[in-house]
Design a protein around this ligand. Sequence first.
Ligand code: SF4
Length: 217
Amino acid sequence: MTLTRDLVDWSFQEKCEKAVESLGRNGFTAVYCSTRQKAFDYIVAAAESAATVGFGGSMTIVDLGVQACLAGQGKEILNHGVPGLILEERVAIMRRQLTCDLFLTGTNALTLSGILVNIDATGNRVGSMFFGPKKVIVVAGRNKLVDGDPVAAVKRVKGSASPPNARRLNYNTPCAKTGFCCDCNSPDRICRITTVIDRKPRLTDVHVLVVNEDLGL
Ligand code: SF4
């Protein structure tokens, strides 16, 4: 561990803890995780009573590698991203994600004032974040923190997350080729639904884990 690395970690820890404090004020169950392993352990413990676990297509959750562990415990995994599924099968899984016992997702941005900002194409991921599942766990890597308002958060998403996501998914959008958003009107446009969750949704048990490591895009 170098001094530089220590200082970077310390600086992000302060920001993560500020976000956790703000999320708590906004009604969420919010937890600081110094490492991704701590987030992994939290999810496994929280999943104990869950029979069905939904995955919204988040790279953050893929990075955590929690799916294989939960599948090994006999949970029914609802992941519409499994290769080889036809559209009807994918949509059927997305619908079931909306009523699963535990839904796992990342967030495109988290402001230091405790607001979750996301941009989605289909809406299954963002819809499941605020109503339907019995419990939702949102994992936010430190790279998702934004020191600003939801407008700044949207800027972060369209600047740093949407273009590489469009490229990852092989969509034919300008940003997938150039790396820059031009507010396109492409049929493949992935920026179709923007959500701002600024307080805990009334009937949904939402936990937010803020991790002092980079996770997802
Ligand atoms: S609006 Fe279009 S160009 Fe901009 S990030 Fe979204 S998909 Fe890419």
